[in-house]
Design a protein around this ligand. Sequence first.
Ligand SMILES: Cc1cc2nc3c(=O)[nH]c(=O)nc-3n(C[C@H](O)[C@H](O)[C@H](O)COP(=O)(O)O)c2cc1C
Length: 217
Amino acid sequence: MNIAQIATTRRTCKAFDPARKIDAAVLADLKTVLRYAPSSVNSQPWHFVIAGSDAGKETLAATLDGAFAYNAGKVRGASHVVVFCARTTLDDTHLNTLLAQEESDGRFATPEAKAGQANSRGFYVTLHRDQLNDLDAWADRQIYIALGNLLQAAAAVGVDACPMEGIDVAALDTALGLPEKGLRAVVMCALGYSSEQDFNAKLPKSRLPAEVVFSEI
Ligand SMILES: Cc1cc2nc3c(=O)[nH]c(=O)nc-3n(C[C@H](O)[C@H](O)[C@H](O)COP(=O)(O)O)c2cc1C
C-alpha cells in the first residue's frame, strides 16, 4: 500500500480482540517510530508509558469512568496501550541531557555548532515558557506529532489503533504517579487488532471534500 492507501483505509478501532497480541518485533518498530518523532528544536518533551500486561491495562482502564467509560473496554481489549506524557518542565537538566545526546550522536563538528544549538533551543523554550506562557500547549503539540506518526505507522504494519482524548488525565496522573516523575498525561492510544464488534471497521470513511480543505495559491 502507498501512503494514500494507508491514509484512506486506516480506521480508528472501536473494539479490540483481546486474544490477539502485537508481535514483539512489530511493537519494537512502533516504539522506534515514537522515539524518532520530530519535535520543535528536538525538544522531545515526552515520555511514553506502555501498558502491555493485564495489570498495566487494568490500571489505565480503572481511570476511565463516568463520561470516559466508553473507552475502558478498548483499553482492556487492546494488546498494548500507550500513554503519551508531557514533561511538566523543560528545565536545564533536560536541556543539558538533550545537548549531551546530540553531541554523543555526533551532531556537533565544532564547539560553535553546539553553542548554536543550545542557544536556538534555549530561545524557543524561553519564548514559550516566559513570553507566550504556553509551554504546556507547546509540549502537547509536539506530542500530537508523535501520536500522528504512530497512527500512520500502525496502519502501515497492519496494527489497529484507537487514539483517545476521552480520558481523565488527572486520574491517570495519580494512577501512574506522573507528577512525582515530572510528567503529566496528555493523550492515550490503544493498539491491537479489531474484533468482530468493531463497528467502525464496517463503516465507510468520511472526510470533507478536497476542495473544502485545500486552497492552491
Ligand atoms: C486526538 C484524537 C482523539 C480521539 N479520541 C477518541 C476517543 O477518546 N475515543 C474514540 O473512540 N475515538 C477517538 N478518536 C477517534 C476519532 O473519532 C476518529 O479518528 C475520527 O472519527 C476519524 O475516524 P477514523 O480514525 O476512523 O478515520 C480520536 C481521534 C483523535 C485523532
